[in-house]
Design a protein around this ligand. Structure first.
Ligand code: MG
Length: 391
């Protein structure tokens, strides 16, 4: 009979493992931070992505379930109309209705907008043009989704209904046609998944045009399409400063278009907004690196002994704080001296710790986070050689 470890044995192994020195890989593995990238490559300290429970896909009969962190704008219940108002000044309740789990445009009642405002986001919207076909070109099943109330992603029944291409369903209206006509027949539910990056202005100058990525029924129809400051009817778009946030608006174009399952998820900021995606400005990267170093030093302050030393060493990759630098050099020197006093019989147990320290010190020396005159590395290498571990 095969021996299978019991639960008790497994728990004990785990305990032994975690009881070993806790030495995070930290930044000593990949390239270090540089002038425009605040994180070292593969640094285990980089925050873990938040856990999101994914939703389910929709069918024509059944809207899917949104992901766990979505902000629900419409779930099919009449109470959700409270999140919306007529797009008028002063605001007033909308006359759009909720019927059979769908929010329906009442022609002539005007646009509808969310009371809440949003900037960069992932937006999910499902819509259906009337099953009974009426009108042609722009007059058939026309509505629209306006992010921040500005640029329209066209809603239209052009299933078998030619119109100007930059006004077809999923066009950035007046700016860019969809890459494909992936519509289902009128009356069926169509699914928009929109990734919106707003235009960013600094001192009234555009520093990022913003862009739309749109999937219609799972087909990419806009791929990072740059915004041009809006879009509109008959006129070329004009670059104009926008606010950071705005309401989501849905258009009344005189057709009883229905909507269901509307949710959104705010997106993390781009480098241009102070986020740490991609290449940052040297100023922002420096600020971010100092934040990371501060967090690591605060963490080190709560630790003791070797874990504290390691954490402090990690922080040097992010900021050359003189006090920490002295502490680290003194700490490594003290650690070497303790290792040198270790009885020969106990050295093998320290092999992992010593090799790991050698790698970290070598990394810090290579990337000049420790001064060239610091002599710890040859001393650690000598210990390694004396014990016959080589390399
Ligand atoms: Mg429209």
């Amino acid at each position: 009979m095969l021996h299978r470890p019991t639960a008790a044995v497994i728990r004990l192994s785990a305990l032994v493992f975690t009881a070993a020195p806790v030495l995070a890989d930290g930044p000593f593995y990949g390239d270090p931070p540089d002038a425009t990238h605040p994180w070292a490559v593969h640094d285990m300290n980089r925050p873990q992505p938040p856990v999101v429970t994914p939703g389910t896909f929709s069918s024509n009969d059944q809207p899917g379930r949104p992901p766990s962190d979505a902000i629900i704008m419409f779930d099919g219940t009449p109470a959700m109309l409270d999140k919306w108002e007529a797009d008028k000044t002063p605001a007033e309740p909308t006359k759009w209705i909720v019927k059979d789990g769908a929010m329906q445009c009442v022609p002539g009642s005007g646009y509808i907008r969310t009371k809440e405002s949003f900037g960069d986001c992932q937006l999910h919207v499902e819509w259906a043009a009337p099953a009974k076909v009426a009108g042609k070109s722009q007059g058939r099943g026309n509505s629209g989704v306006f992010l921040m109330g500005q640029t329209e992603i066209q809603v239209l029944d052009n299933y078998d209904n030619p119109t100007y291409a930059d006004g077809a369903a999923g066009s950035v209206y007046g700016v860019n046609p969809p890459h494909a006509n992936a519509l289902r027949p009128p009356g069926e539910w169509q699914v928009f998944d929109i990734i919106f990056r707003r235009p960013v202005y600094q001192d009234d100058k555009m520093v990022d045009s913003g862009r739309y990525t749109v999937l219609l029924n799972g087909v990419v129809i806009q791929d990072s399409t740059p915004l041009e400051g809006g879009g509109g009817h008959r006129r070329r778009s004009m670059d104009r400063p926008l606010l950071d946030k705005g309401p989501l608006k849905l258009q009344d174009h005189g057709n009883p278009v229905r909507y269901r399952n509307i949710w959104m998820r705010p997106l993390p900021p781009r480098a241009v907004n102070g986020g740490d995606m991609g290449v940052m400005s040297p100023e922002s990267a420096t600020v971010k690196k100092m934040e990371i170093a501060k967090t690591l030093r605060a963490d080190a302050a709560k630790l003791q002994g070797l874990p504290q030393l390691r954490r402090s060493m990690e922080s040097l990759c992010y900021e050359q704080d003189p006090a920490t630098l002295s502490l680290v050099q003194a700490g490594i020197t003290a650690w070497i001296s303790a290792v040198q006093k270790t009885p020969a019989g106990e050295m093998e147990a320290k092999k992992g710790e010593i090799l790991q320290m050698r790698d970290a010190v070598r990394y810090l020396m290579n990337f000049k986070f420790l001064p060239a005159e610091f002599t710890a590395l040859p001393e650690i290498e000598k210990i390694i050689q004396l014990n016959g571990w080589k390399k």
